[in-house]
Design a protein around this ligand. Structure first.
Ligand SMILES: Nc1ncnc2c1ncn2[C@@H]1O[C@H](COP(=O)(O)OP(=O)(O)OP(=O)(O)O)[C@@H](O)[C@H]1O
Ligand code: SF4
Ligand SMILES: [Mg+2]
Length: 332
């Protein structure tokens, strides 16, 4: 049986300001299995980054985890002190942040920054850490890593910077890597190379990866399972083939229709999902997708529960309730 490395249970996260509460994550549960690449997709604002920052306990400012558990290797991270979390970050769980420039300090060389992380976490000597850094830079495909070790971040290209960040994240061999849009800023060729690299590293080091992206195409080529988020909730979860060939949720179907085809064949018309995501600062009653859903029914004013097609495929939509869909047909 596949073992879970991380279990997120009923997570809720809110941001508070003078005008009230923004409920960014509204009850999210999922697990990450040993050695898998799990895709986390959804439009902007659906809660992908807040979910991943919660796992690292890095929700800052006015944000707070208001409910839930984050169980890593049997222990709830939400009960850990900041000191304990600092040990876990990097050593056990590493993150590639959405904004890569926040991850590299412009005033230190790339090599020094990576070897500092290695020394801090692994207690190696200066020369051992340098050696390991060069090995990591080589592994992520930086040419002439001995020379590149002494470069500053601005002397690297965008793709090389991203590789260096991946090298830094992987340098302590974490069990779980959270990669938040690791390729968004890069051109398509480099994007493909970076994704290839992540898949290679997963094979070599059997790291579990949560891959966050807007792009379902990226997920199709990389992931084993997929979670589709919308309005701070999981709309659908399943194996990659379930999501692509037998999607259950109207939102997932909408995302698939808006997916550009990359096979170079006849140009298909992309159909974007009309309308905007819900305002999370206001109370959301019922299905969060109702305003944009072509199948909306009266019952959608109540929040749907999850319906399962098989053990691993679930979606939150009233259309999957047999008694309701049969009644609907009957009424027509
Ligand atoms: N620091 C913050 N203060 C207030 N609200 C926030 C803050 N960070 C995130 N939010 C809100 O939480 C919700 C989820 O944001 P999140 O960054 O997780 O979205 P996302 O899915 O990662 O989007 P994107 O694809 O644009 O990165 C959004 O509605 C956002 O406005
Ligand atoms: S619950 Fe209703 S509104 Fe929501 S996705 Fe299903 S049919 Fe559409
Ligand atoms: Mg984000």
């Amino acid at each position: 049986m596949e073992e879970s490395l991380l279990e997120i249970k009923d997570l809720e996260v809110s941001f508070f300001n003078n005008s009230g509460e923004t409920k960014a994550i509204r009850g999210v549960s999922f697990d990450v299995k040993q050695g898998e690449i799990l895709g986390l997709v959804g439009e902007s604002g659906s809660g992908k980054s807040v979910t991943s920052l919660s796992i690292m306990k890095l929700i800052k400012g006015t944000g707070r985890i208001t409910k839930g558990k984050i169980i890593y290797r049997g222990e709830n991270l939400l009960n850990k002190s900041e000191k304990e979390m600092m040990k876990i970050r990097g050593n056990d769980i590493a993150m590639i942040f959405q904004d890569p420039m926040t991850s590299l300090n412009p005033v230190f060389t790339v090599g020094n920054q990576i070897s500092d992380v290695i020394r801090r976490h692994q207690g190696l000597s200066k020369s051992e850490a340098k050696e390991k850094t060069i090995e990591m830079l080589r592994m992520v495909g930086i040419p002439s890593p001995e020379e590149r070790y002494n470069n500053y971040p601005h002397e690297f290209s965008g793709g090389m910077r991203q590789r260096a960040i991946i090298a830094m994240a992987l340098s302590c061999e974490p069990d779980l890597l959270i990669a938040d849009e690791p390729t968004t800023a890069l051109d398509v060729t480099i994007q493909a190379q970076i994704l290839e690299l992540l898949m290679d590293l997963k094979e070599k080091l059997s790291t579990s990866i949560i891959l966050i992206t807007h792009d379902l195409g990226v997920v199709a080529n990389t992931c084993t399972r997929v979670i589709v988020m919308y309005g701070g909730l999981i709309m659908e979860e399943g194996k990659v083939e379930d999501i692509f060939y037998a999607p259950l949720h109207p939102y997932t179907k909408g995302l698939l229709q808006s997916l550009p085809k990359r096979d170079g064949g006849e140009k298909e018309r992309l159909i974007p999902i009309k309308g905007n995501p819900p305002n999370l600062a206001a109370e959301i009653k019922g299905c969060p997708f109702a305003e944009r859903c072509p199948y909306v029914m009266d019952i959608c004013g109540e929040e749907p529960k999850y319906y399962y097609e098989g053990k691993d495929h679930r979606a939150m939509c009233w259309l999957l309730d047999k008694s309701i869909s049969e009644k609907g047909e009957h009424n027509e």
